[in-house]
Design a protein around this ligand. Structure first.
Ligand code: SAH
Ligand code: SF4
Ligand code: F3S
Length: 470
């Protein structure tokens, strides 16, 4: 049994790690043929992609995907710790699974993802959730087959969570959820330690994959017909810094853009490490999509300092306008937290002021959620939840109005859309534009999933646009 602890998870040193090749223990291959699995995924794209790897590991062991958790022999929750509601959802699901177990005595229940890295969660599972068969952490997904097998064979709860990142595994299998758009991890972990955020504790130190491994994965995806590749990391701008002297995100983006892939995206970028050479590369290559997620979190310098974000409102705006100038038609989206401890009305007004200036194309807005073990959780907070909710509402009204305003500007224009399918609700084709806007559209001819077509925009809504292909 290995139980995580924050003291260790916080440490950063130059300790060497190996880049290892994954091999499945041959005795586990197809051992569970005929059994069904279901994975419930919470949280970010990183977790979604981890679930794609976990699915592939389970399928190598013989498991088949079940259509819902009621039909599964194994249910795995891939959890997220970012805010309390993600936490609560996973525990609510565990409650439902407990009932299911009462009806199905052989049901295997597992938990992985970021919550598994929290000592308090593991303690709770040891104390109150004895029916959970196994827990593995974010650093040892490659151990899933052996941990699962021993939970089944030994009929004993297995907890295998490591506080520190271990070796970096290549060659893990993957079953992709989408046949035209693929995620590719380029960097794991985060060293930024924004004071509110739990990710540096649950995902460990920043570790870049080798460029050769990334480029090989991209080549394979292109061969398999993928049309869009999204490079993933908690902070992709830090790519290469831990490993190379002279190879960074700009170089990697350029090497990928030179390949025959129609669309390249990347996320997420911390404003702190955005360099001019990255902007030049994005501007130069038409297959790097003009869409950047640039979380600002707050428009108040006092709050940004308390958050440990390493930039000011002014330097953020400078970068924002440089992007707009250098990359024609770029769409910039953001994340904003309201109700950070000590945020006063005037700080909040600074955020609204920044939103009015930036007129973001999209924004994810959140109420601050105290995460145990992070510095911000210890700050005194005098603002009531009611007031925070009211601020969130005011903020949402403003950001939404700009989404609509930006979309309205597209009416009558022609945009390129990667066709993803036909939406059940609307009986229309749908897909995303280069600037990552959802487009529902009609077409005079039949279209194939994965085609890129030109669509004339006929009407704009807040979160989508309607059009007609030409
Ligand atoms: N690495 C990304 C963010 C990943 S988390 C970045 O730095 O940009 C996604 C978003 O969740 C963050 O941008 C932040 O807005 C929000 N978030 C993170 N921790 C939070 C917390 N404790 N309470 C509320 N929102 C939080
Ligand atoms: Fe969290 Fe900040 Fe790292 Fe983003 S950059 S994952 S917000 S610590
Ligand atoms: Fe959540 Fe972990 Fe992603 S905390 S947002 S699943 S990195």
């Amino acid at each position: 049994m290995h139980i995580p602890n924050y003291q260790e998870a916080r440490t950063r040193d130059k300790r060497d790690y190996q880049r290892m090749d994954f091999q499945l223990d041959q005795s586990l291959f197809n051992k569970y043929s005929g059994k069904k699995y279901f994975i419930k995924t919470y949280g970010c794209q990183m977790n979604e992609h981890d679930s794609e790897v976990i699915s592939a590991l389970l399928e190598k062991m013989g498991f088949e995907r079940a259509k819902d958790y009621n039909h599964a022999d194994l249910v795995l929750l891939n959890t997220c710790s970012i805010r309390e509601n993600a936490h609560n959802k996973a525990f609510g699901m565990l409650g439902r699974l407990k009932h299911l177990r009462n009806e199905k005595k052989d049901l295997i229940i597992g938990l992985c993802g970021c919550m598994a890295q929290e000592a308090s969660v593991v303690e709770e599972i040891l104390r109150d959730y004895r029916f959970v068969n196994f827990v593995i952490g974010t650093h040892n997904i490659h151990d899933l087959p052996t941990v699962l097998d021993s939970a089944i064979q030994n009929k004993k709860q297995q907890i295998e969570v490591f506080s520190r990142e271990g070796d970096l595994y290549e060659g893990l299998p993957v079953v992709r959820a989408n046949s035209i758009k693929a995620y590719v991890n380029i960097i794991y972990g985060c060293d930024k330690f924004c004071t509110y955020c739990i990710v540096p504790y649950t995902r460990g130190r920043e570790r870049s994959r080798k460029k050769e491994d990334i480029l090989r994965e991209v080549d394979e995806l292109i061969q398999d017909g993928y049309q869009e590749i999204t490079l993933l990391g908690q902070n992709v701008n830090a790519y290469g810094k831990d490993f190379y002297d002279d190879y960074n995100l700009a170089n990697l983006l350029e090497d990928i853009a030179k390949k025959d892939v129609p669309r390249v995206r990347f996320m997420t970028s911390h404003p702190w490490d955005f360099t001019d050479s990255m902007l030049e590369v994005i501007a130069k290559y038409p297959n790097i999509m003009p869409s950047i997620h640039l979380p600002v979190q707050s428009g108040s310098n006092r709050v940004l300092r308390l958050m440990g974000r390493r930039y000011t409102k002014e330097t953020y705006l400078e970068l924002f306008h440089k992007m707009k100038d250098m990359i024609p038609g770029v769409a910039i989206s953001t994340d904003i937290i309201v109700g950070f401890p000590g945020e006063e009305e005037e700080d909040f007004l600074e955020t609204l002021d920044l939103v009015h200036e930036c007129q973001f194309d999209n924004a994810f807005t959140f109420i601050f959620s105290a995460r145990e073990g992070t510095p911000a959780a210890k700050l005194t907070d005098s603002v009531s939840l009611e007031e925070k909710e009211e601020r969130l509402q005011r903020l949402n009204d403003v950001v939404n109005s700009y989404f609509l305003e930006n979309n309205k500007k597209l009416e009558g224009t022609v945009v390129k859309v990667l066709v993803e399918g036909i939406s059940d609700k609307k009986d229309m084709y749908y897909g995303y534009s280069e600037t990552n806007k959802l487009i529902n559209f009609e077409s005079p001819r039949e279209l194939k999933v994965g085609e890129i077509v030109e669509v004339e925009i006929t009407s704009a809504k807040t979160w989508s646009l309607d059009g007609r292909s030409i």
